[in-house]
Write a protein that binds this ligand. Structure first.
Ligand SMILES: [Zn+2]
Length: 277
């Protein structure tokens, strides 16, 4: 049977202890995934990261890491690109220490380019540089460009496929809320919508890149430019509908990691797990 892992993006809101103790807490409430949030910079020491990885293994928690927000691989300013590459390398090292299988990355923005294609091309070159500079002991984590919610950000489905195809050591992060917001609620509307997206990734990147499939979920508010704010599952005025995604996963029989980015993190991760069984 296909396996689904559920967990929060970062430290659970109802847990006040040290980061290393999070896996034990998650296991105690019935969750088995954790995305370590290095979104304000990779600040964890090697010792602590390794400890977190060991605890995660002990308690059967699958680890991923979210790279810093301050990354723009398509910036027209070369110094911004250099710093972004550095942040990706730091993220990959920390991910190796904590035994994380994916490093989630916001690739960058189209701004300053004549076309979207040109921005994506530059980003791919920068990703390649990051891979070239990666120490050889970093083996486990894949780069994982995220499907983005703002229409100004690189990260449409086909762009993520394009990037991963060029890099090899790469798997997509599908944020269903982002996709929904990017298309004004016109995607992720039905089970078939979701199946189509998963099949598109499989067809273009192969089974390995989607086993397990790395995904984010929450409800989301959007405007003309796409994403505005993440919301909890109980807020009926927002979409997408979790049951649509859950039913698609079950129908395809796919192994998937579902990271809750709801404001009530682990509570909605548990709700997703319960309603999907
Ligand atoms: Zn993200």
């Amino acid at each position: 049977m296909a396996k689904l892992w559920f967990g929060p993006a970062g430290k659970p809101i109802s847990f006040k202890g040290r980061m290393e103790k999070v896996p034990e807490f998650l296991a105690s409430i019935g969750l088995d995934a954790l995305e370590y949030e290095a979104v304000r910079g990779v600040r964890i020491s090697e010792e602590k990261a390794r400890l977190l990885g060991e605890e995660a293994e002990k308690y059967g928690v699958i680890m991923s890491l979210h790279a810093p927000y301050y990354i723009n691989l398509a910036s027209p300013d070369p110094s911004v690109v250099e710093r972004s590459i550095m942040r990706i390398i730091e993220s990959m090292k920390a991910a190796e220490w904590m035994n994380a299988y994916a490093v989630v990355i916001h690739t960058g923005y189209y701004k300053g380019h004549k076309s979207k294609e040109e921005a994506v091309k530059q980003a791919i070159q920068a990703y390649k540089k990051a891979l070239e500079q990666l120490p050889s002991w970093v083996k486990k984590p894949d780069l994982s460009p995220e499907v983005m919610g703002k229409t100004t950000a690189i990260g449409d489905i086909d762009e993520v496929v394009m990037i991963c195809n060029e890099l090899g050591k790469c798997r997509p992060t599908i944020d269903w809320a982002h996709l929904y917001a990017r298309y004004q609620g016109n995607r992720v509307k039905s089970k078939d919508d979701v199946i189509k997206v998963v099949e598109y990734f499989e067809k273009n990147l192969g089974k390995k890149a989607i086993d397990p499939l790395h995904t984010h979920f929450s409800k989301i508010e959007y405007g003309k430019g796409g994403e505005r704010e993440h919301h909890t599952l109980s807020e009926d005025e927002y979409g997408p509908d979790w049951s649509v995604v859950c039913e698609a996963y079950k129908e395809i029989g796919i192994n998937a990691v579902i990271i809750s980015e709801s404001p009530i993190l682990e509570k909605d991760a548990l709700l997703m797990k319960e309603t999907c069984q």
